[in-house]
Design a protein around this ligand. Structure first.
Ligand code: GTP
Ligand code: MG
Length: 370
């Protein structure tokens, strides 16, 4: 009773066995259809596929608030969510600035990104791309690990004059663990001492083989400073995105993840949420981590008030009961009573988790994988 085979679980979930095997492989577990998996793994899978878990022993407790799986005909194309990773000072924020045509770097204290910014960029072809900028500081690696779980594509920024550094390698490992495709942006190619070829060679040591060297990883030479190579980078992102066939159902109760959150003087608890599916609307009642709330206002990445936010859209949400944590899940629920119930349940679960073993960042990462 403590274990179940992949095929049995697939039958109960009315999913294809092969899809479960694939999902397990992404989680780092290689199993065949007839192999048994333990209960924790089974629960993760069930959640991953958006089903509810009914515990026989604990029948009135539902883990996860995800509704039924979205029927294929409800799915519509959504923008890719791209996370920019790389070593400190290799130019992540500058690159994002250049892509947005703004200047965030000069407004940062000491030029070190202290939070994850989320922005949308429109390409010349009219496509929208959602970008997450991650902090480069060593101390934020945990947050960065969480940042990968909502990500479709990772841009690995490597400064051509500096090469592969500890956090570059860390980012490579996070990306591999998350099973997310990577595009390498070789930055600062304007510098006289830049040596892009050396970077391509060094990447081989980490089993990243760029197209030029016969591999499958796309790479592009850019200069965030001189603004060169940017259209090429955007093209490559869209090429990768098309291969991924990214979709979501926009016409359902919203689900999303906290990208960053803080207590704001005057505005109270504020969270930047990346909507994954559904459409978040003013007035929606939600649970966010172990907090709850009602959407009082939403502000987009351009600082404008918006009434709705669909899949892959980052928005600042006002109206929270408290400050959630980065990576926490937002789920829209029917009413406030239900919100309080779920929030209390999650709080209880969080306490339980803290008193048992601390999860590794890898676990964090795939526990929220969609
Ligand atoms: P953290 O957020 O601290 O990890 O840094 P970051 O990766 O966001 O780097 P940031 O964009 O702050 O850039 C670091 C420094 O490199 C700044 O002084 C930039 O002006 C400089 N820089 C960024 N891109 C380029 C480039 O393409 N060429 C040159 N020459 N300098 C660049
Ligand atoms: Mg930065």
């Amino acid at each position: 009773p403590e274990s179940i085979t992949v095929q049995e679980l697939a039958n109960r979930m009315a999913e294809k066995g092969a899809d479960l095997v694939k999902a397990l492989f992404k989680m780092g577990t290689a199993v065949t259809l007839n192999q048994p998996i333990d209960q924790d793994t089974a629960e993760l899978l069930v959640e991953e596929f958006g089903h509810r878990i009914q515990r026989v022993s604990d029948a009135d407790v539902e883990i996860g608030m995800e509704g039924e799986v979205d029927a294929p005909e409800t799915l519509k194309a959504r923008p890719p969510v791209v996370t920019i990773m790389g070593h400190v000072d290799h130019g992540k924020t500058s690159l994002l600035d250049a892509l947005r045509g703004t200047n965030v770097v000069s407004g940062e204290s000491g030029g070190i990104t202290q939070h994850i910014g989320a922005y949308q960029v429109k390409t010349k072809g009219g496509d929208t791309i959602t970008f997450l900028d991650t902090p480069g500081h060593e101390a934020f690696s945990e947050m960065r690990a969480r940042g990968a779980n909502v990500t479709d594509i990772v841009i690995l920024v490597v400064a051509a004059d500096d090469g592969l550094m500890p956090q570059t390698i860390e980012a490579i490992n996070h990306t591999k663990a998350a099973g997310v495709p990577m595009i390498v942006a070789i930055n600062k190619v304007d510098k006289p001492e830049a040596n892009p070829q050396r970077i391509r060679e060094r990447l081989l040591e980490h089993e990243i083989v760029v197209e030029d060297m016969g591999g499958e990883t796309q790479d592009v030479e850019v200069s965030a400073l001189k603004r060169t190579g940017l259209d090429d980078l955007l093209d490559k992102i869209m090429l990768q995105a098309e291969l991924l066939e990214l979709t979501a159902n926009p016409d359902r109760a919203a689900e999303g993840n906290v990208v960053e959150a803080q207590l704001d003087k005057g505005r109270g608890a504020v969270a930047t949420v990346l909507v994954r599916k559904g459409t978040l609307k003013i007035g929606d009642t939600f649970v966010i981590g172990s907090e709850s709330g009602k959407v009082r206002a939403m502000i987009n990445d351009k600082g404008q008030n918006v009434k709705t936010a669909g899949p892959s859209t980052p928005v600042e949400v006002l109206g929270l009961s408290g400050v959630p944590m980065a990576g926490d899940q937002l789920t829209v629920v029917e009413n406030e009573a239900r919100a309080r119930e779920v929030a209390a349940y999650r709080q209880e679960q969080a306490t339980k988790k803290r008193t048992t073993a601390a999860p590794t960042s890898f676990e964090h990462m795939f526990s929220a994988l969609n």
